[in-house]
Each structure stands twice: as C-alpha cells, then as structure tokens.
Design a protein around this ligand. Structure first.
Ligand code: ADP
Ligand code: MG
Length: 333
C-alpha cells in the first residue's frame, strides 16, 4: 500500500478535475476563482465562482487562472490548488504526492510555476505529465507499443495534437484554439450580422445546444437574449443551426490546419499506423456535434471520439498514479 495519499489533478482551462487513489474522482468543477479586491481573499472557487463571472460588483473579480492552458495568474492558481488539496483532506500533517497534467506546449518556466504552485499549496512531492500522454492512457490506447497513435485533445483554451509511440510524445503541436474561441466566433458573428451583443455563457449555450461542425441536415433554432449594439437596449433574437455552423467554420479550419501540419511532419511509418488506427479525439470540445465527421471527411482518416471525453485526461492521470513506477519515464518533477 502507498505510504502517502496520491492525488491527480487535471488543471484545465475550463474545468479542473481531482482524483484520489483509493477514492476515485473527488472533484470536477469549472476553473474559476472569485477574489475580493479589498481584502485580497479568495471568496469562491469552481461552480460558485463561475456563476459570478460577468456579474460581480466592482470589489470582486472572478478569474480564470489558466488561460490558453498555462498559468495566467500564479497566486490565483495556487489558491485554487490549495482549495483542491483541502478537499482531499490535505493538512500540514497529511501531505500528498501530486501529479498534475500540463499541456505539451508549456515552457520550462511555466512547468516550474505549476510545480512550485503545487508544492506551495501543500504537496509533499509534485510531478508533471504531458496532457496528450494522459489523455491517450485514459482512452486505453496501448501507448507503449512501437506504433504511432495520434490523439487530439480539444479543451476550452487549447487544442493539443500529439503523435505518441513507445510511451513518449514523438511529435506535437499545441494551438491556442479551443471551445472558448468557438464561443467567441459565435459572439462575433452575431454582433456583425445582427448588431447583437451576447455574453460568454449565452454563446457557449448556443454552441452546445445547436452548434455543429458540418452544415446541419435538420434546421434547429434557439431564441437568445442580448443587447442591441446601437440602441443599447435588450433584445431577443432567433438564431439557427446553420448560422452557428457558419460562425464556427474559421476556428475549426484552424484546428484542421494544425492537425494537417502535424501529419505532414510525422515520419511515414507512423503516418501509416495512424491511417490504420484512426485519430482519437478527446476533451470537451470533441463533443461538438459532427466534429468527428468533419475532421474525418477533410483528412481522409477516420476520427473517433473517446468515451467520456471530459474525463479521459483525469482517467489517464489516475492510471499513472496507480502505477507510478511503471510510468516513471513519462513524468517530470
Ligand atoms: P479544459 O481541459 O481546457 O478545461 P474541457 O476538456 O473541460 O477543457 O472542455 C471544455 C470545453 O468543452 C468548453 O469550451 C465547453 O464549452 C466545451 N464543451 C462541453 N460540452 C460540449 C458540447 N456538448 N459541445 C460542444 N462543446 C462542448
Ligand atoms: Mg483538458
């Protein structure tokens, strides 16, 4: 039996998940922190803080500490990690070993910042693992084999594209385009077409309810509320699925382009494996309707969304924690 508690953390730009070996998933909440400017105190974390986004009085700010997959605000990130570790019963006498998942694109300095924040938050030891490796392990891809596997994880802030073989990342590209950029594309489109200003959460709702990556066969629609950019007054507007599909085209083309680039500079033997096995999609944005079809059609390679795409990274992190020795090579500390 392990001597110390072992905790895995998927610190995502949109959602954070925490796993404790022996207990399972203990937390899944939005990566948002609300801070009081007056006392510089953390007022709320997670769901409670997310509801405050865009609705706070002057002296409270609600922040997303991870922007584009990296730490945008060190102190806030540390506060968030501290909150997570407290949920798992961490105290100065019970310090856990912690494995944190980070995007492959982060610099050495950023890696150090995540490790330091984790230690400062109360960990006994801190390790990092590359997100695509964790996602692949979580998707039960046999990563140790000498065969190429391509995994594309599209979250809130980033799209991580990686080719994995022999337990390591052979080739990767990280793009700062994810679900947030899709939401922004929807907002911009509605502002241009209807002079209508909508909030982040309305844009995300439109994407999840009627958004599609390919032109819809059956026309769905949704009524939303926003503010008229000219009169400044509130207004209702009906929006169709075709309009959302049009709005989503440019950011989806960026993701497609990045995947093509990675394929272009992957050695031919590995490309041949990828064609055989198909491309694995994970992350919340892989839930966008028709995304697998869109990418399969454009790339000529079958793309498949993993089961429970919001959980693949944390499931992989958990598997690594349970077999730390076996995966030792994949970790950094
Ligand atoms: P991160 O790892 O960056 O925290 P996640 O993997 O948790 O991100 O994914 C969050 C993103 O997934 C958000 O942008 C959210 O809007 C998007 N998302 C969640 N469900 C859906 C859905 N059904 N359709 C499209 N996008 C979705
Ligand atoms: Mg993620």
């Amino acid at each position: 039996m392990a001597l110390f508690k072992r905790i895995g953390i998927d610190l995502g730009t949109a959602n954070s998940l925490v796993w404790e070996v022996g207990r399972g998933l203990i937390l899944q909440e939005p990566t948002v922190v609300a801070v009081s400017l007056e006392s510089n105190r953390v007022l709320a974390v997670g769901r409670e803080a997310k509801q405050m986004l865009g609705r706070t009085p002057d002296y409270i700010i609600a922040k997303r500490p991870m922007r584009d997959g990296v730490i945008a605000d060190y102190e806030i990130t540390e506060a968030m990690l501290r909150y997570f570790l407290r949920q798992s019963g961490t105290s100065p006498f019970f310090k856990p070993e912690v494995l944190v998942c980070v995007p492959t694109g982060v610099t050495q300095v950023e890696q150090r910042a995540v490790l330091d924040a984790t230690l400062a938050a109360g960990a006994r030891r801190a390790y990092l693992i590359d997100e695509p490796l964790a996602a692949a392990i979580g998707a039960q891809i046999p990563i140790a084999e000498p065969a190429g596997n391509m995994i594309v994880d599209i979250g809130g802030g980033t799209c991580e594209i990686a080719v994995i073989s022999l337990g390591g990342v052979v080739n990767h590209r990280s793009l700062r385009v994810g679900g947030n950029k899709l939401d922004e594309a929807i907002s911009n489109y509605l502002r241009r077409k209807y002079n209508l200003i909508i909030g982040e959460q309305t844009a995300e709702n439109l994407k999840i309810k009627i958004g599609q990556a390919i032109p819809p066969k059956k026309e769905g629609k949704m009524e939303i509320r926003g503010r008229d950019a000219i009169t400044g007054l509130p207004r209702r507007q009906e929006v169709t699925a075709s309009e959302i599909a049009t709005a989503l085209e440019p950011p989806l083309r960026q993701i497609l382009g990045a995947i093509k680039h990675v394929i272009e500079d992957t050695p031919p033997e590995l490309v041949s494996d990828i064609i055989d096995k198909g491309i694995i999609l994970s992350g919340g944005t892989s839930l966008l309707k028709g995304l697998d079809q869109y990418l399969s059609g454009q790339l000529g390679v079958a793309c498949r969304v993993v089961d429970e795409p919001l959980l693949s990274v944390i499931k992989g992190t958990a598997a690594v924690l349970e077999n730390l020795d076996e995966y030792h090579k994949a970790l950094r500390s």
